[in-house]
Design a protein around this ligand. Structure first.
Ligand SMILES: *[C@@H]1O[C@H](CO)[C@@H](O)[C@H](O)[C@H]1NC(C)=O
Ligand SMILES: *[C@@H]1O[C@H](CO)[C@@H](O)[C@H](O)[C@H]1NC(C)=O
Length: 464
């Protein structure tokens, strides 16, 4: 229910109070409180929401107290400028007095409210007997501050754009100006995996000229799986938008971004949204144009999809981390990641998240006349010949009927699960039902006889 969704939302390193376990490289590590904290908190299990609320209040109190004091000190120096050279350097600023005053005031106002909230929360815990009478506010600060909430740090972007880039200098400026428009609407950062580091100077210059909006990472031809995973490890945004260097986006005014963020916020279990292509199943009858549902809560057009295709794709960062990111076992370094987008889609569903398609944008060619990255002569057959066979075998070993096989019963069940998610949670506006199993919102009807693609004997990794 709601708690589980909350727990998932905050899980990665942020709100461990909620869960009392830590995921390290996929392993669960159970942590116990210090014995003297246990004395104070024994009536409050680690997942108690009040503890998380208190931790957030203590964390933001400390931050605002720091800002308030620094601005008070700075105001003093603006009014009476120092004369010693070290002092001049120490208090040098481009801010004017009215800006510094307003910053001081904003923090003072925030402190007022935070202090009132701490007081009423602690009093209510005391009056209900949830904490012993002898437990002080400082005891609570210390016993709840073992895990901080990075989301509350100042200046956190909401969206991290993540571009996989390889030798396409003509599109660079177009990407930067396109995403700077987005940054005006929703606070963003632009991370770039530069797989051709010989172009490093150009990217370093962009970091300078955009005051750090562009964050280039020099890599030695990693390609997409390792490139996106590396960027996800650095991303600070709640949502990541994965981009390829051959695709620009329309509308250019970035009006697609606010509804996307609103959809993620309204649907905590939504992990991934595709914009390029959607799949409702494998095989014939898979209606690739079935974009005929909407969410009555937001009025956004969207359809839950069995699989979506790169790129662009938007992903909730916490979900991406929790499921392990793209599977780097699918290809060697420097090779492309065909099938990895589908593999990730299925994995997210299996982990309990949802995947959707939203018709919010169109791709436009950033570099007209030049074939896309995986379609260049030097990479075309390498990706679509050599790597595609490996990718599909890999995918089928995990989610299909076995290594090198085809879809099987498991994916048929998942096709039905996605169908039911659409019919139960969204509203349809179709004239012809898009699902191979029909539009009755219950059960698991058999596939019509002409769809034989799931009728494969399971061939397990071993006989055991
Ligand atoms: C002070 O700085 C702010 C923000 O940079 C600016 O908007 C404002 O016009 C400045 N005020 C004065 C009096 O210069
Ligand atoms: C303080 O509590 C009120 C009421 O619950 C809430 O609306 C407000 O956001 C809280 N303020 C802070 C800074 O947590």
């Amino acid at each position: 229910g709601k708690m589980a969704a909350l727990a998932q939302l905050h899980l990665w390193g942020a709100t461990l109070l909620l869960c009392q376990f830590l995921l390290i490289a996929g392993e669960q590590l159970h942590l116990s409180r210090l014995p003297f904290c246990e004395e104070h908190l024994r009536n409050l299990p680690a997942h108690t929401p009040e503890l998380r609320e208190l931790r957030d209040l203590f964390q933001t109190w400390t931050m605002h107290k720091r800002i308030e004091l620094d601005m008070i000190n700075l105001l003093g120096r603006l009014r009476e400028p120092p004369t010693k050279i070290e002092e001049i350097y120490a208090w040098k600023t481009t801010w004017n007095e009215s800006y510094v005053s307003s910053r001081r005031r904003a923090s003072a106002d925030a402190l007022d409210q935070i202090e009132r909230n701490i007081t009423s929360l602690v009093k209510s815990l005391r009056s209900k007997g949830h904490i012993p009478p002898s437990t002080t506010v400082q005891d609570l600060v210390q016993c709840t501050s073992g895990h901080l909430q990075p989301r509350l740090f100042p200046d956190q972007p909401v969206v991290s754009f993540m571009l996989q880039y390889f030798k396409r200098p003509k599109v660079v400026d177009a990407f930067v100006s396109m995403l700077q428009v987005c940054n005006q609407l929703i606070p963003s950062e632009f991370l770039v995996n530069v797989d051709s580091p010989q172009e490093g100077q150009r990217w370093a210059d962009l970091s300078w000229s955009t005051s750090g909006f562009v964050v280039p990472v020099m890599s030695f031809n990693l390609h997409e799986l390792r490139g996106y995973n590396r960027l996800a490890g650095m991303a600070r945004g709640k949502y990541m938008v994965l981009l390829q260097d051959d695709d620009l986006i329309e509308p250019a005014d970035c009006s697609w971004l606010p509804p996307l963020v609103a959809q993620f916020e309204a649907m905590p279990e939504l992990a991934m949204v595709g914009f390029n292509k959607l799949q409702l199943s494998h095989g014939p009858g898979n209606d690739l144009n079935a974009n005929n549902f909407y969410d009555p809560a937001t009025n956004n057009d969207m359809i839950f999809a069995f699989q979506v295709d790169l790129a662009p794709i938007a992903i909730r960062r916490s979900a991406f981390r929790l499921v392990g990111g793209l599977d780097e076992g699918m290809s060697d370094r420097g090779e492309c990641g065909i099938w990895s987008d589908w593999e990730l889609s299925i994995r997210l569903w299996v982990a309990g998240w949802r995947v959707a398609f939203m018709p919010l944008m169109r791709k436009t060619e950033g570099d007209p006349g030049q074939p896309g990255g995986t379609h260049k002569p030097e990479t075309g057959v390498r990706c679509w010949g050599r790597q595609q066979g490996l990718g599909s075998s890999f995918y089928m070993a995990r989610w299909g009927s076995g290594w090198g096989g085809a879809p099987g019963k498991f994916l048929e069940k998942l096709e039905n699960h996605v169908r039911l998610a659409n019919l139960k949670l969204l509203k349809g506006k179709y004239t012809r039902c898009p699902f191979r199993k029909g539009c009755v919102p219950e059960g698991d009807p058999p596939l019509p006889a002409e769809y034989g693609d799931y009728k494969h004997e399971a061939k397990g990794m071993v006989d055991a």
